[in-house]
Write a protein that binds this ligand. Structure first.
Ligand code: NAD
Length: 356
C-alpha cells in the first residue's frame, strides 16, 4: 500500500522523537511491503519562526491532502510571549477543527514491565490496566458560548455546555466500533442526575447501542468514574464521554499508567484520516539532550497503522517490539528503575526497529 503522511516535526523534543518514529515506520514499510511518503507540514513554534504564524495555509493543505497526520508536540518558552491567536497551541486547535476531528482516543495501558511506575498499589494493578477513553473533542462547554458580564455590581461568567443528538451519536459510534476491536464493553460516563445535556447523552448512547448487540453498555456518573479509575481500573474496556469530563478523566487515566512519555493518542473524524500524537508536550527542559522517551510517539504510529490504514498486523508488530524492548530491560531516563539499562531516545528507537 502507498500512504501519504503529513509530518509535523514540532518543537523542542519534537524533531528528536519524530526521527525515531519515522525510522520505525520505515522499518514497517520494509517488512510488510508498503510505501510511506512523508510531507513536512511546519506548525507551532517552527512555523511562527519561518512564516510568522502557527499554521500556514500550505501546512494545513498538506495535512488535508494526506492519508494521515503525525504530530510530535508544539510550543516552548521561546513563543510564550507571542499574542494568544499566534501561539503554537492556536495552530493545533485550528488544525483539529479544520480536519473535523471530533473523537479523541486515548489508551490507558499499564505495561507489565512498568508496573512499579504506577502510583497505584500492586493489589490494584495486579488485575492489569488496559482501557481506552473516547472523548468528544469539538463540542460541550469548550465550544459553547462563553460570556462574562457585570450583574448587580459583580462579575458573572458562564460557559454553555450543549450537545445535539447528532454530536452524541457520532462519538457513540466511535466508542462502540472501538469496543468491537477490543473486549466489547462500553461504559458511557455522564452526570445525568443533574445535567440536561447528560440526560440527552445517556438516552442517545442507549439508542445507538441497539446497533451493536454484541457490545455491552453500562452507564456511570462522572464523579463515580473518577473514583473507579483509581479503585479498580481493570473493570473498564472503553469509556465514552463528553469533552470536559473526558479531558479530566483521560489525564487521570494516563497518570495511573506511570510515565507521561509512554502514552499515545489519536483524534479522528468522519473517514479514516486522523491526527496521531503522544499525550505529552514538547518537554523544553530535556530538548537536545537525547533523553526524550520516543515510545508514546511510536505507539501513536501503531494507532495510525490500525485506525487509519487498517494495518492490524503491522500495528501489532510495533506494539510487540515496544513490549520486547521493555522486557529486555531498556528504559529512557523518565522510566528508569533499579536493575534496568538506561538508553537515550535514538538508542531506544534503534532497539524497537531491530525488534520489528
Ligand atoms: P510537557 O509534557 O512538555 O513536560 C512535562 C514533564 O514531562 C517535563 O519534565 C518533561 O521533561 C517530561 N516529559 C514530557 N514528555 C517526555 C518524554 N517524551 N520523555 C521524557 N520526559 C518527558 O509539559 P509542559 O512542560 O507543561 O509543556 C511544555 C510545552 O509543551 C509548553 O509550551 C506547552 O504549551 C506544550 N504542550 C504542547 C502539547 C501539544 O503539542 N499537544 C501538549 C501539552 C503541552
Amino acid at each position: 500500500m502507498i500512504k501519504n503522511i503529513a509530518v509535523i516535526r514540532g518543537d523542542c523534543i519534537g524533531p528528536e522523537i519524530m526521527e525515531q518514529t519515522v525510522a520505525v515506520l520505515d522499518k514497517v514499510a520494509e517488512k510488510f511491503g508498503h510505501t510511506f511518503i512523508y510531507k513536512e507540514a511546519p506548525m507551532g513554534g517552527e512555523a511562527i519562526d519561518k512564516f510568522g504564524e502557527p499554521l500556514p495555509q500550505s501546512s494545513l493543505d498538506t495535512c488535508l491532502q494526506s492519508d494521515s497526520v503525525r504530530l510530535s508536540a508544539v510550543g516552548g518558552p521561546k513563543w510564550d510571549s507571542v499574542p494568544k491567536e499566534k501561539r503554537p497551541e492556536a495552530g493545533l486547535l485550528r488544525l483539529r477543527s479544520a480536519m473535523g476531528l471530533y473523537a479523541n482516543i486515548r489508551p490507558a495501558k499499564l505495561f507489565d514491565e512498568l508496573r512499579e511506575a504506577s502510583p497505584l498499589k500492586p493489589s490494584i494493578t495486579q488485575n492489569g490496566i488496559d482501557f481506552v477513553v473516547v472523548r468528544e473533542l469539538i463540542g460541550g462547554a469548550y465550544f459553547g458560548e462563553h460570556k462574562t458580564e457585570k450583574l448587580d455590581g459583580e462579575f458573572y461568567a458562564q460557559d454553555i455546555m450543549g450537545y445535539s443528538e447528532h454530536e452524541i451519536e457520532r462519538i457513540a459510534h466511535v466508542a462502540f466500533q472501538t469496543a468491537r476491536k477490543r473486549r466489547k464493553s462500553v461504559c458511557s460516563v455522564d452526570k445525568a442526575n443533574v445535567l440536561d445535556s447528560s440526560k440527552l447523552w445517556r438516552k442517545t448512547v442507549t439508542k445507538v447501542a441497539e446497533n451493536y448487540p454484541d457490545v455491552r453498555l453500562s452507564h456511570m456518573y462522572v464523579d463515580n468514574c473518577a473514583m473507579q479509575i483509581v479503585r479498580d481500573p481493570s473493570q473498564f474496556d472503553v469509556i465514552v464521554t463528553e469533552n470536559l469530563f473526558g479531558d479530566i478523566l483521560s489525564d487521570e487515566a494516563s497518570m495511573i499508567t506511570g510515565s507521561i512519555g509512554m502514552i499515545p493518542s489519536s483524534s479522528l473524524g468522519d473517514g479514516t484520516r486522523g491526527l496521531y500524537e503522544p499525550i505529552h508536550g514538547s518537554a523544553p527542559d530535556i530538548a537536545g539532550t537525547n533523553a526524550a522517551n520516543p515510545i508514546g510517539m511510536i505507539l501513536s504510529a501503531a494507532m495510525m497503522l490500525r485506525y487509519s490504514f487498517n494495518m492490524l498486523e503491522e500495528a501489532k508488530a510495533v506494539e510487540d517490539a515496544v513490549d520486547a524492548v521493555l522486557k529486555a530491560g531498556f528504559r529512557t531516563g523518565d522510566m528508569i528503575s533499579e536493575g534496568k539499562i538506561q538508553l537515550g531516545c535514538r538508542e531506544i528507537g534503534r532497539e524497537i526497529c531491530f525488534r520489528i
